[in-house]
Design a protein around this ligand. Structure first.
Ligand code: AMP
Length: 624
């Protein structure tokens, strides 16, 4: 509990005047304390005790957090064995683990020989039964009461995964760990964070379980706020803004709150870098409305949600001086370069996940950031966290994540292995520097030997735990016959071709891809939304460059002998990716977790429809 709270044992007589939730928190917190509290004033004692605990949690001692992390990482192998033992002890009686005949064994060898590697599809029937309300121990000993929806951008539809208190604790541990390292290099004082975070729609599953995206499950827990306070980065915006179901209104209000508290903002962040870029792209179009709202103290009329209007009216007062200042600052900027630094002068850094599919947004983010450092956030998934960024000084392109050995049991499938042979995963401390692996997760929320689908590379060790670099999703993105191109290959090709636009001061706002099999032979299609008008000549050149930049030997040779057709570049109308974001939000995704799908398959007809309907021009490569 907290960072330094050690309490012995307390017994008390609960009364019905104390809420069930507080009783649960209380008894969980103080189960080792021995002190008699009379029944009648129990509520008073409990409440003041909870307040005291809250205050204790309000303090975070970065040195202590780092010390704890150092101890864990020094002893990673033993911690892994103990973590697995704990997971299996807690869940040994579940239907799933009983089925594999573990019979109470908790050692890594038995675990690996009894329990198979699985994908989400294998666990789906179990998760479905849980979400339909079955209360028998299916995947976990303790009942699962909450379901997370993964962003599902790679599969086209959100996946259900179990969420519980342990995952929440892991999240806080990851946040605190990376914050402590970050704070050593970039210390912040008391202040606020302009956080572009959004709760998604929350709903009940068929069986009555609470369901929402993982980020929503985290943001809506009290612990999130406590941790943010402890990290001196409480969100500028009230809950009504974070949890509004109208993302556009919510984003506008986040910006407005940021401007109101501009002097206190120390950190500008979002879960994924896309969220910050999206916010300041929106700012470019809305800044005059924002200035007007500050000037008049009245929220603009297009914001309709009553709860947002009420919450914002409590923060807004006519402030012509501030309005004037922001107006002049905006006018003084050249193409919005350095807008974040200019508007929020006390910001120490920009923070969010900037690796993997987020790398594309780095250029724009750097543009908006001016001289402010970009610090890449941690690595995890709705399924659970993996590692913290403990080297905040590394540029985002080189960011790595030190695995926290107590938050799950991790295995790694070496990617060098022959794909026809049954994969042989190795343990956390057995991985080798420079090698790439697919990561396998076993956690406290009912996932056992679960293939997350990510490829990572071991860059170095922090004590005895590896620091991983995110490489890409394992599934191939583009393949027609013998060609194999991943998300990373696509990103590199787009980066190379997008460089050609720089001379015209244009940029690729966002991109995706697909295979068009309606032609014979089939060919790659790359979709680009660009920031302005480019000449046909230049776009043709970009198209050829894209085709040449897929360096995979299978692709190049197939192109030469024309068993793959000429690559096609399709240019999309401005705002198409905004429509795509809206489409995912409608499906229940959260803007906070949004990742543009980098490949659209034929199964995803709605998305294909949006893309096809918004193509304004197309070009075929003549590179081969
Ligand atoms: P979600 O479906 O929203 O839970 O997204 C989880 C996925 O996001 C992971 O499996 C990764 O593919 C990706 N992801 C999460 N953190 C990072 C990171 N730090 N760098 C790159 N990709 C990440």
């Amino acid at each position: 509990m907290g960072t330094s709270c050690r309490i012995l044992s307390l017994s008390y007589t609960p009364t019905d005047t104390v809420s069930a939730r507080d009783q649960a928190t209380f008894s969980k917190t103080v189960k080792h304390y021995s002190l008699y509290i009379p029944s009648t004033p129990a509520k008073k004692y409990i409440n003041s005790f909870l307040k005291m605990l809250e205050k204790m949690e309000d303090r975070l001692d970065p040195d202590l957090v780092i010390e704890e992390f150092e101890a864990l990482s020094r002893d990673a192998e033993r911690v892994q064995i103990e973590t697995l033992k704990k997971i299996l002890e807690e869940n040994g009686e579940t239907e799933y683990l009983m089925k594999w005949g573990l019979n109470g064994k908790t050692d890594p060898l038995s675990f690996k020989s009894c329990v198979p590697l699985v994908t989400h599809a294998d666990l789906e029937p179990y998760i479905q039964r849980i979400s339909h309300g079955e209360i028998s121990p299916i995947l976990t000993g303790k009942p699962i009461t909450t379901i997370s929806l993964s962003s599902g951008t790679s599969q086209g539809k959100p996946k259900f995964v179990p969420f519980n208190d342990e995952l929440l604790e892991n999240t806080m541990q990851i946040y605190k760990t990376s914050f402590s390292f970050r704070n050593r290099e970039y210390p912040i004082g008391n202040g606020k964070a302009l956080q572009f975070i959004y709760g998604s729609r929350q709903f009940k599953t068929k069986g009555g379980l609470a369901a929402g995206t993982a980020t929503t499950n985290v943001y809506s827990d009290k612990k999130f706020k406590t941790t943010m306070r402890a990290m001196q980065t409480s969100c500028c915006s009230p809950d009504e803004v974070i949890f509004s179901t109208n993302c556009e209104e919510s984003l506008y209000c986040h910006l407005l709150c940021g401007l109101i508290f501009r002097d206190q903002v120390q950190v500008v962040s979002s879960t994924f870098a896309h969220g910050i870029v999206h916010a300041f792209r929106t700012f470019e179009g809305k800044w005059e409305d924002l200035v007007n709202d500050i000037n008049t103290g009245e929220l603009c009329s297009w914001i309709k949600t009553p709860s947002l209007r009420t919450a914002m009216s409590k923060l807004l007062n006519p402030d012509p001086r501030l309005a004037n200042l922001i107006y002049n600052k905006c006018l003084g900027l050249s193409n919005w370069y350095g807008v974040i630094q200019e508007l929020f002068p006390n910001t120490k850094y920009i923070y969010g996940i900037m690796t993997g599919s987020m790398e594309h947004y780095l250029k724009k983010l750097r543009h908006y950031a001016g001289d402010l450092p970009l610090l890449s956030a941690d690595y995890g998934a709705s399924e659970g966290w993996i590692g913290a960024n403990v080297d905040p000084k590394l540029p985002p392109e080189l960011a790595t994540f030190a695995v926290l050995p107590n938050i799950g049991y991790f295995e790694f499938i070496p990617l060098k292995e022959d794909l026809n042979v049954e994969p042989q995963p190795i343990g956390l401390t057995e991985v080798k520097i420079g090698e790439e692996y697919e990561i396998i997760v076993t956690n406290f929320a009912g996932l056992y030997r679960y293939r997350l689908g990510d490829v990572v590379k071991v860059k170095r060790f922090h004590n005895s735990t590896p620091e991983l670099q995110f490489i890409c999703r394992r599934n191939l993105l583009l393949t027609v016959n013998i060609d194999k191109n991943t998300e990373k290959d696509l990103q590199l090709a787009v980066e190379a071709a997008a460089n050609l636009l720089e001379g015209e001061k244009l940029e690729v706002v966002d991109f995706t891809s697909g295979i068009d099999s309606s032609t014979e032979p089939a060919h790659y299609v790359i979709y680009w939304e660009i920031s302005g008008e480019a000449s046909d000549e230049l776009l043709k050149e970009c198209c050829n460059c894209l085709d040449k930049s897929f360096v995979d030997a299978g692709y190049a040779s197939s192109r030469k002998v024309k068993t793959i057709g000429a690559l096609e570049l399709r240019i999309l109308k401005k705002g198409t990716f905004h429509k795509i974001l809206d489409h995912f939000v409608e499906l229940g995704a959260a803007v906070s977790q949004f990742k543009t799908p980098r490949c659209v398959g034929t199964k995803n007809q709605t998305l294909l429809h949006i893309l096809r309907n918004n193509v304004v021009k197309n070009y075929f490569s003549s590179a081969f």
